[in-house]
Design a protein around this ligand. Structure first.
Ligand code: CAA
Length: 384
C-alpha cells in the first residue's frame, strides 16, 4: 500500500532505521522470548544506543529531541515485530521520561534524563493498584513526610518493566485517610529500586506480551528523599493524567503496529495458500476480509498521526488521543482475529506469528485506560 502520510525525509529515515533494527535484532527471537516469557536485557542497551529511549527528550538532556510523529513511527515499527519490546519503549518514552521533563525541576532533569535517554536507567510508571485500576484516583498507597524523606506504604500493580526499571514514577496519597480529596490528594515521586523498603512483588503470568515483565511493586516503609517529590505536593494525579494523553498515543502506535503486521501476514498467506485449486486470495470471502482489515488499519493510522501532528502544534489532544487508542486497539483485535481466520488451523498454532499477534493485541484494549475509559474521556470532552 502507498503511504498516505505526509512524512519528512527525516521521519522516513528514522522509520527505516527502526524497521531494519526490528527485523535484524528482534524478529528472529521474538517468538522464542514469548514462549519462554524471557525478558532480554540487551534489547534495552541496543534501543538506548539507537537513541530510541530518549526520542522525545531534548538534545540538551541527552535525547534525540524528535517530534511525536517520528517517535510513534519508530514505535509502530518495533511493535510490528514484537509488541513486548514496543510496550517497554512506549512506557519509558511517554510516561516516566515525559513526566520528569514536563514537571521535574532542573536537578531532577539533569540527574535522570541523560541515563534514561541512553537506556542505562529504564523507566516505569506506577499508578494502578490491586483495587484501583480504571478508578485510578482511588489509589491507597500512602506517603507521609518524615524529616527529609517521604515514607511510602502500599502496593502498586501492573507495572510494566517493573523488574528491570531503574526509575519508577510512583503516585501516592499525600492527604490523610480522614481528608480524602480524590485526585487532588495525590503526589508523584521519583522512586529508584535501591531505596530502602522497595520490593518487587508478584510477577504476572500473562496471555500476551509475555516477554515484557509486569509486576507488583511493594513499598514497605519505602524512604524517598524529599528531593524526589515531582513538582508540587498533591499535583501528581494531574501530572499522571496529562502524561497518559501521550502514553495513549504510544499504545495506539503499538496497536497499529500489531494490526499492520497481522494484515501483512494474512495478505502474504492468502497469496500462497491454495484450496479448491486456487490461491485463497481469489475468493471474495478472503478479499473482503483483507479489504476490511486494510481499511481499518488505514483509518487508525490516519487518526493517530493527525493527532500526533496536532500535539506537536501544541493543541489540546486529550480527546483525540483517547479516540486514537480506542480505534487502534479495537482495530488490532479485529485485524488479528481476522488474520487467524485467514490462516485457518495454521493461524491457531505457533508455526505462524498470527496467534501471538492476537494474544498481544488484547491488552491494548485494557492498559493505559480500558476502551470503556477511553469512551468516558471522549464523551466528557464532547461537553467541555
Ligand atoms: N489532563 C489534565 N488533567 C486531567 C486530565 C487530563 N487528561 N484528566 C483528569 N485531569 C485532572 C482533572 O482536571 C482533575 O483536576 P481537579 O481535581 O483539579 O479538578 C483531576 O485530574 C481528577 O480528574 P477527574 O475528576 O476527571 O478524575 P476521575 O476520578 O473522574 O477519573 C478517569 C478520570 C479519566 C476515569 C481516570 O481515572 C482514568 O484515566 N482512569 C484510567 C486509568 C489509567 O489509564 N490507568 C493506566 C495505568 S498505567 C499503565 O497501564 C501503564 C503501563 O505500565 C502500561
Amino acid at each position: 500500500m502507498n503511504d498516505i502520510l505526509p512524512l519528512t525525509e527525516e521521519q522516513r529515515e528514522i522509520r527505516r532505521v527502526a524497521r531494519e533494527f526490528a527485523r535484524a535484532e528482534i524478529a528472529p527471537y521474538a517468538a522464542q522470548w514469548d514462549e519462554e516469557a524471557h525478558f532480554e536485557p540487551s534489547i534495552v542497551r541496543k534501543l538506548g544506543e539507537l537513541g530510541f529511549l530518549g526520542m522525545l527528550i531534548p538534545e540538551e538532556y541527552g535525547g534525540l529531541g524528535l517530534d511525536t510523529t517520528t517517535y510513534l513511527l519508530a514505535l509502530e515499527e518495533i511493535a510490528a515485530v514484537d509488541a513486548s519490546t514496543a510496550v517497554l519503549m512506549s512506557v519509558h518514552n511517554s510516561l516516566p521520561t515525559q513526566m520528569i521533563l514536563d514537571f521535574g525541576n532542573e536537578e531532577q532533569k539533569e540527574r535522570y534524563l541523560r541515563p534514561m535517554a541512553r537506556g542505562e536507567l529504564l523507566g516505569a510508571f506506577a499508578l494502578s493498584e490491586p483495587d484501583a485500576g480504571s478508578d485510578a484516583a482511588a489509589l491507597r498507597t500512602q506517603a507521609v513526610k518524615d524529616g527529609d524523606c517521604w515514607v511510602l506504604n502500599g502496593t502498586k500493580a501492573w507495572v510494566t518493566s517493573g523488574t528491570e526499571a531503574g526509575v519508577i514514577l510512583a503516585m501516592a496519597r499525600t492527604d490523610t485517610p480522614h481528608e480524602r480529596h480524590g485526585g487532588r490528594g495525590i503526589s508523584a515521586f521519583i522512586v529508584t529500586p535501591d531505596m530502602p523498603g522497595f520490593h518487587v512483588g508478584k510477577k504476572e503470568d500473562k496471555l500476551g506480551l509475555r516477554s515484557s515483565p509486569t509486576v507488583q511493586l511493594v513499598f514497605d516503609n519505602l524512604r524517598v528523599p524529599a528531593a524526589n517529590l515531582l513538582g508540587t505536593v498533591n499535583a501528581g494525579f494531574t501530572y499522571a493524567m496529562r502524561s497518559l494523553t501521550g502514553g495513549r498515543l504510544g499504545i495506539a502506535a503499538q496497536a497499529l503496529g500489531i494490526a499492520r503486521a497481522a494484515l501483512e501476514h494474512a495478505r502474504r498467506y492468502a497469496n500462497e495458500r491454495q484450496q479448491f485449486g486456487k490461491r485463497i486470495r481469489s475468493y471474495q470471502a478472503i478479499q473482503f476480509k483483507l479489504a476490511d482489515m486494510a481499511t481499518r488499519v488505514t483509518a487508525a493510522r490516519t487518526l493517530l498521526y493527525a493527532t500526533a501532528a496536532a500535539k506537536d502544534r501544541g493543541e489540546h489532544v486529550t480527546q483525540y488521543a483517547s479516540m486514537s487508542k480506542l480505534l487502534a486497539s479495537e482495530t488490532a483485535m479485529f485485524v488479528t482475529d481476522e488474520a487467524v481466520q485467514v490462516f485457518g488451523g495454521y493461524g491457531y498454532v505457533k508455526d505462524y506469528p498470527v496467534e501471538r499477534l492476537l494474544r498481544d493485541a488484547k491488552v491494548t484494549e485494557i492498559y493505559e485506560g480500558t476502551s470503556e475509559i477511553q469512551r468516558v474521556v471522549i464523551a466528557r470532552e464532547l461537553y467541555t
